[in-house]
Design a binder for this molecule. Structure first.
Ligand SMILES: *Cc1c(COP(=O)(O)O)cnc(C)c1O
Length: 413
């Protein structure tokens, strides 16, 4: 059974009717299923059972501290991309020693904080960053453990905005330069090579690009070992896709088979950095219809969630299915579901067949657990949504809706 399903015509999260949450907390509100989060995490760890591995949940997909705590209690480590995310992980009780730090622009301050916290691995993305990390390690009197993030130059065949493994991408070090950099690093006192890393992109729905990339990276790993670099970790990144509409991404088991086949020869401990695949289908965004508007060209439905609450459609032309919280019968018409934000790209669902919604009717944007709330902003001075976590028949607010006073916190008139 899906964790978001109709029971007697009413959409539920586990055993909780979603209209009850919308009425109590208001809209827009993100709702997550604890069972869905837990099951997805366990599917990944089971798929890699028998192989030394560490799951490092990618915090940027959904960084609510309740979700970080849940994953931490399941044994997860974390993949972070900023000092802010490190602080969140620690606040939530996550283990810095199971945490890896990626990103092309880590500041020396962020590096020093992470080294001090006992971070597992810095995933270094350029020669100059390696030198900066060396300086941080020397002044701390403790070498910083690092992996180079290499760019294997494969096309992940995903949206170009979430593809990161091509030569033209800002991410990683060109494959050909990696050997020389590890050799240089050997002479540095502030860093210690401990692994090799890659991440080719997000929302991957085919295994072939992953297999191609990891085969190249595994060969490099073996070449480095042969040259005396004592590596332990092979970080294969994240990127496993989910179903938003009719995509058919690999199952966790198929994904694991691809990764294991490509990397087995290395004998390395694998680091996995799943984000979207753990949280994407475990969350929905509840919204209420404000108005309908008929023009000669189109039928618009204006809802109370906008691109500031759910940016993915505007940013990536992403598709989120839209389901009514209470089912009814009738004939579908084609509508554009738009938010209140003053931007033409504030279209959350374009040309969708829907029963012409009525003012006040409630809907859920499905598959909104990843890159939803974590990308929300205050654009148009809109307070950010509340977040709710469901556990069977119980639910609790895990983030209060922002108040208008929060909008100008820190500002001086
Ligand atoms: C964003 C990111 C991930 C997670 O990607 P998903 O597609 O959400 O699984 C993993 N690793 C790195 C380095 C990332 O930047």
């Amino acid at each position: 059974m899906s964790d978001f399903d109709y029971q007697k015509g009413v959409l539920h999260a586990e055993a909780v009717p979603l209209p009850a949450i919308a009425d109590a907390v208001g809209t827009p509100t993100y709702v997550y299923s604890g069972a869905a989060l837990t099951r997805r995490f366990q599917q990944v760890t089971e798929a890699f059972a028998g192989q030394p591995h560490l799951v490092c949940y990618s915090v940027k997909a959904n960084s609510n501290v309740a979700i970080l705590r849940l994953f931490s209690q399941l044994g997860s480590g974390f993949d972070i991309v900023s000092g802010g995310e490190l602080a969140r992980v620690r606040h939530a009780g996550g283990d810095p020693r199971k945490t890896v730090f990626a990103g092309v622009g880590k500041t020396p301050d962020e590096m020093a904080q992470a080294l001090d916290a006992g971070l597992l691995l810095f995933n270094v993305e350029s020669a100059e960053e390696l030198e900066a990390l060396d300086a941080v390690g020397r002044s701390a009197g403790r070498p910083a453990p690092f992996a180079l993030r290499v760019n294997p130059d494969v096309d992940a065949r995903t949206h170009r905005y979430i593809s990161t493994g091509l030569k033209t991408s800002k991410f990683g070090v060109p494959f050909e330069e990696a050997l020389a950099l590890y050799t240089r690093a050997k002479k540095m006192k502030g860093v210690r090579a401990l692994g090799l890393d890659c991440h080719i992109g997000s929302q991957l729905t085919a295994t072939a690009p992953l297999r191609a990339a990891l085969s190249k990276v595994a060969q490099l790993y073996l070449a480095l070992q042969a040259r005396g670099h004592a590596l332990e970790y092979l970080d294969v990144g994240g990127g496993l896709g989910i179903t938003y509409a009719d995509e058919t991404p690999p199952s966790p088991a198929e994904y694991a088979r691809t990764v294991l086949d490509a990397t087995r020869a290395t004998g390395a401990t694998l680091i996995l950095e799943p984000g979207r695949s753990l949280v994407g289908n475990a969350g929905v965004l509840l919204t209420r219809v404000l108005y309908r508007k008929q023009t000669p060209e189109r039928t618009f439905v204006v809802v109370d969630a906008g691109m500031n609450d759910l940016l993915r459609p505007a940013l990536y032309e992403a598709h989120h299915a839209l389901q009514p919280l209470v089912r009814r019968r009738g004939k579908a018409v084609e509508v554009d579901v738009v938010g209140p934000v003053c931007e033409s790209t504030d279209v959350l669902a374009r040309a969708r067949p829907l029963l012409l919604p009525r003012a006040g009717e409630l809907f859920a944007f499905m598959s909104a657990g990843a890159y939803g709330m974590s990308m929300a902003s205050n654009y148009n001075s809109r307070p950010r949504p509340a977040e709710v976590l469901v556990d069977k028949a119980a639910w609790r607010v895990i983030r209060e809706r922002e108040r208008v006073e929060d909008l100008w916190r820190g500002e001086r008139a």
